[in-house]
Design a protein around this ligand. Structure first.
Ligand SMILES: [Cu+2]
Length: 143
């Protein structure tokens, strides 16, 4: 979890408070430009942007996630990506397993997610490359 760091949290706060700033962040990185409107999280080696489909998640309704991964500096491209989600306060995960398909270079499509109760859920993205795993999280509160 330390991999995400305060920078990711900061960027997220800033993008929520000032949409114009978020646009600038994406415009500055052409890698993320094609996933406009996405939330972004950052690890040591990657910047990950994701968007859910549908955008508005509802309790008990399946949804999918489109993920775009950008490699920082000289890091190697991820060999695989996994998406999972859990409720940290309740110490349980989802009742379904997510299936991830690689859509394109650095792009993934995760199917079969479902949040079966309201409250705080945390996404967990795991990117593997060269024997190391970058783990980044992002949480949302479901009414
Ligand atoms: Cu729960």
């Amino acid at each position: 979890m330390g991999a995400a760091g305060p920078l990711a949290a900061c960027r997220l706060c800033a993008s929520l408070a000032f949409p114009a700033f978020a646009v600038n962040v994406f415009a500055a990185d052409p890698c993320l430009a094609h996933i406009a409107g996405a939330r972004s999280v950052e690890s040591e080696r990657y910047v990950l942007a994701y968007r859910t489909q549908p955008e508005q998640i509802r309790v008990g309704v399946h949804f999918s996630v489109v993920v775009s991964v950008c490699v920082k500096g000289g890091a190697r491209a991820p060999e695989s990506m996994r998406v999972d989600a859990h409720m940290p306060e309740h110490r349980h995960g989802m009742n379904y397993r997510t299936i991830v398909e690689r859509a394109d270079e650095g792009r993934y499509h995760a199917e079969g997610l479902m949040f079966h109760m309201p409250g705080r859920w945390e996404y967990v993205f795991e990117l593997r490359a060269g024997g190391f795993t970058d783990r980044v999280t992002d949480s949302i509160v479901l009414d």
